[in-house]
Ligand binder design. Structure first.
Ligand SMILES: Cc1ncc(COP(=O)(O)O)c(C=O)c1O
Length: 444
């Protein structure tokens, strides 16, 4: 069926232009321009201007700001003390090794990517001694960073999992609802953050999972919950696991910050390994954007831990059918870097040191900001700044306060008051503290 905006409508418009132009006796010198006729009848005429992405839009606004004081704490990307993007030394070294290796070519990868990358990624998140890996119950596909891994997982579940509803925490990363809805799942939410305590709403979370249908998919941030920086304790993870398993729900972990929360890759994999250890099934989306600084290389992996090797083999075959019509197969370069780092004992060791240094710098920024607010006597309790973990602090600042800080102090952040601690430096902390102090104490 053709819509009003289909090709035949445009051809009719073009034909009518042609007729009226050729029969025009009053302006014989006006030349008919087919380009002008086509331009006046776009197939996309009906489109509205879409709003900027709420997170990436912060950077667009920041880039337009001419002030030398401007500070971008919107996007979750690591910056050095000098405020510069950082390419890890191990990444540079891995790239050099790849260049020196003359045997490499640019042929297509297989649908699920580089096999060594997949094996090493599964080991990184599930652990060296993971029974699931030894029993060959895990299938892994190299995907386009964390987002692509989540999307492939969503489409796979929409196609093959009977209960097509996923529960996501409130709040969560802004892209989650869109990824899962467009992936074909119905999105519902469970309580997660309590603004009063600025901590986990553990009872609310358990109640909502108890009330959710059996077999539902549950999205869990593996560590460093975005945007709140609030993670369950080990005991709370165990409580969550018991409910999820008792209701035969399917956990889907989003692991975008392994190593960034505590500085330890193993510590930050605790929740995933707890669930994998009970023998049950789960999905895991991994990203190397933050922990290896490979943001633009788009390197990630989707692992599905299955009940048996035979199920894993069939799941793997079906995953390929999901990926093939989506983007055919993934790109080589970023995954080759990761495989080189993870597959070399020396480079791996160096990576853990660099990762710890990045995590420690973020933790130091938390302490500096907390002390700066205390030194100014800023009203309110700011302990959550040092209690929350990972890349972000969920400040509790209101939308109005955020707008004020942007307008008066050129400090950019998402409107929910989330700031990226990784974008701060000891030089910029005083400016941020001044902005927060002014926003909190200003009279409306
Ligand atoms: C919670 C969470 N999941 C997934 C992602 C996906 O990141 P990427 O697609 O860049 O790996 C992000 C990025 O900010 C995130 O915060």
């Amino acid at each position: 069926m053709e819509t009003n905006y289909g090709p035949s409508r445009r051809l009719q418009t073009l034909a009518s232009h042609l007729r009226s132009d050729s029969s025009s006796s009053t302006s014989p010198n006006v030349l008919f321009s087919p380009t002008a006729a086509l331009q006046s009848s776009s197939a996309f005429q009906h489109l509205q201007q879409a709003p900027d992405d709420p997170i990436l839009g912060v950077t667009i606004a920041y880039n337009k700001d001419q002030s030398p004081l401007k500070l971008n704490l919107g996007v979750g990307a690591y910056r050095t003390e000098e405020g510069k993007p950082y390419v890890l030394k191990v990444v540079r070294e891995a790239e050099q090794r790849l260049i020196r290796d003359g045997s490499r070519n640019k042929e297509y990868l297989s649908i699920t990517g580089i096999p060594a990358f997949n094996k090493l990624s599964a080991k990184l998140i599930l652990g060296e001694d993971s029974p699931a890996i030894h029993e060959k119950r895990v299938c892994t596909a190299q995907c386009l960073s964390g987002t692509g891994s989540l999307r492939v997982g969503a489409e796979f579940l929409a196609k093959h999992y009977p209960q097509k509803v996923i529960y996501i925490p409130t709040p969560t990363w802004g892209n989650h609802p869109k990824v899962f809805t467009l992936g074909g799942l119905q999105v519902k939410s469970y309580r997660y953050y309590d603004p009063k305590t600025r901590g986990l709403d553990y009872e609310g979370l358990l109640d909502d999972l108890r009330a959710a249908p059996s077999d539902a998919v549950v999205l869990l941030h593996a560590c460093a919950h975005n945007p709140t920086g609030v993670d369950p304790t080990r005991e709370q993870w165990e409580g969550i696991r018991q409910i999820i398993r008792s209701k035969n729900m399917l956990p889907f972990f989003d692991s975008a910050y392994q190593g960034f929360a505590s500085g330890s890759l193993d510590e930050d994999a605790h929740a995933v390994r707890l669930f994998a250890a009970d023998g049950g099934e789960c999905l895991i989306a991994q990203s190397y954007a933050k922990n290896m600084g490979l943001y633009g290389e788009r390197v990630g992996a989707l692992s599905i831990v299955c009940a048996s090797e035979s199920v894993a083999t069939r799941v793997d075959s079906q995953l390929k059918l999901v990926i093939r019509p989506m983007y055919s197969n993934p790109p080589i370069h970023g995954a080759a870097i990761v495989a080189t780092v993870l597959g070399d004992r020396g480079l791996y060791q160096e990576w853990t040191v660099e990762l710890k240094a990045m995590a420690d710098r973020i933790i130091r920024m938390r302490h500096l900001l907390y002390e700066a607010l205390r030194a100014r006597g800023t009203p309110g309790n700011w302990e959550h700044i040092i209690k929350q973990i990972g890349m972000f602090t969920f400040t509790g600042l209101t939308k109005e306060q955020v707008n004020f800080m942007t307008k008066e102090y050129h400090v950019y952040m998402t409107s929910d008051g989330r700031i990226s601690m990784a974008g701060l430096s000891s030089r910029t902390v005083p400016h941020l503290a001044n902005a927060i102090h002014a926003a909190v104490t200003k009279r409306v």
